[in-house]
Design a protein around this ligand. Structure first.
Ligand SMILES: [Zn+2]
Length: 163
């Protein structure tokens, strides 16, 4: 066998090895592309989850800022009331009007009124409304938010002694 014929025998083998080598490279490359796609998909999935978390946290933050603003305003509003006992054992928070000298029109003193003590303790403002009258006398006021009834005057002795 001469060199030329030996070379011709190995030529297809070289081609085959080259094909196998290319196949291995393509398979390795393909595996890397698949792995890269999986990483990209995982990263996208994590980003979506993070985005959802950020959206929920922003909504919660807005809610908390609103509550802080409400409580800050409430702390200022509370200064205009004092605890009052119109009838022994019945307490209300009574409006303490000021002169309104440094206030805008919207902040001018309000008419005399009482706030519900139960709602007041929950940092909520609820004006007690006339509820029970006897003749022309107002005996009690009711909170239409929580249902509390606060007595503002004693009933006449005749009704107490009725039983
Ligand atoms: Zn109430």
């Amino acid at each position: 066998m001469d060199i030329k014929s030996i070379s011709s025998v190995f030529s297809p083998i070289h081609s085959l090895i080259k094909e196998i080598w290319n196949f291995k490279l393509e398979k390795a490359l393909s595996d890397r592309v698949v792995a890269l796609n999986e990483l990209i998909f995982s990263a996208q999935s994590n980003m979506l989850t993070q985005q959802e978390t950020i959206t929920v946290l922003r909504a919660k933050n807005d809610e908390l800022e609103k509550e802080i603003r409400r409580l800050t305003e409430w702390e200022e509003e509370k200064k205009h009331y004092y605890m009052h006992e119109p009838v022994p054992g019945s307490f209300v928070w009574r409006y303490r009007p000021d002169d309104g000298a440094n206030q805008t029109t919207a902040q001018r003193p309000k008419p005399s009124h009482d706030l519900c003590p139960r709602c007041f303790d929950k940092s909520e403002r609820s004006v007690l409304q006339g509820f029970e009258y006897q003749g022309h006398r107002l005996l009690s006021k009711k909170c239409f938010s929580c249902g509390l009834v606060a007595y503002v005057d004693k009933p006449p002795k005749s009704t107490i002694d009725f039983f």
